[in-house]
Design a protein around this ligand. Structure first.
Ligand SMILES: [Fe+2]
Ligand SMILES: [Fe+2]
Length: 142
């Protein structure tokens, strides 16, 4: 499992990496379920699961930001909120109109690209900051 996760997206913070892998794997699974003709009820369930998982993941990162006084927290949290809003729009659209092939393709591509882009630009910067702080705390024995 998760073998196709791109190595350049590894942040080095285990909890965050595992969550990223799970998120990307689940979004891909949602897309595959649709292609395999899974029923709408099951797809709605998967949609809900991913939404909860996104919330949980963002909360994990934001907890680090708050606890460590991360200097770029505003920018990073704003990006999280925008992603959640996009996801909710997709979900609303899906629940109203059902899935079309255009829809799933857009959904899959957009979410996965956003995640990869965000991980690459924001999460890795955050992870480096977390590691620096951890070294600092260890040296100071705090
Ligand atoms: Fe993030
Ligand atoms: Fe993240």
């Amino acid at each position: 499992m998760h073998t196709d996760f791109p190595i350049e997206l590894i942040t080095g913070i285990e909890q965050i990496d595992l969550q990223h892998m799970e998120l990307i794997a689940r979004i891909k699974m949602l897309h595959e379920s649709y292609l395999n003709g899974t029923n709408t009820e099951k797809l709605v369930e998967t949609f809900d699961y991913i939404r909860c998982y996104i919330d949980e993941h963002f909360a994990t990162e934001e907890k680090y930001m708050t606890e460590l006084n991360y200097p770029h927290n505003k920018r990073h949290i704003k990006a999280h909120r925008e992603f959640t809003a996009d996801y909710l729009n997709f979900e609303k659209f899906f629940k109203k109109d059902g899935l079309s092939s255009d829809f799933t393709l857009n959904f899959n591509v957009k979410l996965i690209n956003w995640l990869k882009d965000h991980v690459f630009k924001e999460d890795i910067v955050l992870a480096n900051f977390i590691r620096e702080k951890e070294v600092y705390f260890k040296e100071k024995k705090l």
